[in-house]
Design a protein around this ligand. Structure first.
Ligand code: UT7
Length: 332
């Protein structure tokens, strides 16, 4: 049987930094409030002409180069994004594949908001284990600045831009394999976090002037409470299902939405500070890109070594949630 192995990671963050001080000049907020309530100090903003696929390509090039797998061997490209180059079509994954020179691979996007990377990991795992594909490039890429309302202090302080990518490939060695991925969704909570305009469910004509703006709206406090509850249950479940103790986790890589959420889940698992990966202070919430950007951070700092076990955990619009137990299994 083929198993799916997490071979490599790459990420890209735009160079422009938007600080809390700069946001304080745009809306009624302060560095002190943002830092205390979220842990965020700054976030990255893509250039006006820089697209989600541009960022995805930069992250993917690093992941490919580090994977030891040739572009010509990639047989599937999946992109998790809520800020695609174009709404509806073509998919950002197809654009990324073409920009990378990957030919004849299956390519598609998925919409699971901040849980997107865990979702595409589960899809890659399933395709590889079924024998249908052998080498899959997965990308979480977001230009959230394009769908952020910079007059709404409840959301604009949170989000940033960036991309992360990983190569998942087939192995016969069970020790290298992704152990488990759990995913779930509940549309009952759809209104907690949504982009209400622009789609067929919108009260406005999608092409009608201002109404075409697809800005995110969030009921932050309610989302916060559901996030802590759901994430904690999710990680406890996946560890119990696989008979793994939280002390065996080398790197807990949560979705980087809010330091207080991360701390609450980490405390529930009795994790030590050094087990918890944090990038929220420098990148804010980059939705589908946040987990791979965080994995890349520990990789580039020399802290992610072959065989080490990661626990991924995410929560986002939909609502969606997911967790994964993933050993790092580089080929080189
Ligand atoms: O990534 C996917 C999922 N998303 C999340 O997980 C995000 C979850 N939510 C959060 O991170 C937090 O709810 C926020 C950071 C968005 C808000 O923090 P909070 O502690 O839940 O604040 P709150 O919404 O309960 O608001 C408390 C007060 C309110 O004022 P009053 O009514 O007490 O006078 C808000 O109007 O803080 C006010 N407020 C702000 N003040 C300064 C809200 N946003 C701001 C702001 N600056 N940016």
């Amino acid at each position: 049987m083929a198993y799916a192995a997490f071979r490599s990671i790459g990420a890209y963050a735009p160079s422009k930094i938007l600080t809390n001080e700069e946001l304080s000049a745009m809306v009624d907020t302060s560095d002190d409030w943002i830092t205390k309530r979220t842990g965020i100090k700054e976030r990255r903003i893509a250039a006006k002409d820089e697209t989600t696929s541009d960022m995805g390509v930069k992250a993917a090039l690093k992941a490919l180069e580090r994977s030891g797998i040739e572009k010509s061997e990639i047989d599937m490209v999946i992109c998790a994004t809520i800020s695609p180059d174009y709404f509806c079509m073509p998919s950002t994954a197809a654009i990324i594949a073409t920009k990378l020179g990957i030919k004849n691979a299956t390519a598609f996007d998925i919409s699971a908001a901040c849980t997107g990377f865990v979702y595409i990991l589960s899809i890659a795992k399933a395709f590889i284990e079924s024998g249908m594909k052998r080498n899959i490039l997965i990308i979480g890429a977001e230009k959230l600045s394009a769908i952020t309302d910079y007059t709404d202090r409840g959301t604009c302080i949170l989000f940033g831009d960036g991309a992360g990518a990983a190569v998942i490939s087939a192995t016969e060695d069970k020790d290298e394999a992704i152990i488990d991925v759990h995913t779930g969704a509940d549309g009952e909570y759809a209104d907690l976090l949504m982009t209400p305009n622009g789609g067929s469910g919108s009260a406005h004509d999608a092409l009608e002037g201002e109404a075409a703006g697809c800005f995110m709206q969030m009921k932050g406090n309610e989302t916060f409470k559901v996030a802590v509850r759901t994430l904690t249950k999710d990680v406890v479940d996946i560890l119990a299902t696989n008979n793994i103790a939280s002390s065996e986790i080398k790197h807990f890589v949560p979705h980087q939405a809010n330091y207080r959420i991360i701390k609450a889940v980490g405390d529930a698992l009795e994790l030590k500070e050094e087990q918890v990966v944090l990038t929220v202070h420098k990148y804010g919430n980059t939705s589908g890109a946040s987990i791979p950007m965080a994995i890349n951070e520990i990789y580039e700092n020399g802290k992610l070594l072959k065989g080490e076990l990661m626990l991924l955990d995410a929560f986002g619009g939909g609502l969606t949630w997911g967790s994964a137990l993933v050993p790092f299994s580089p080929l080189k």
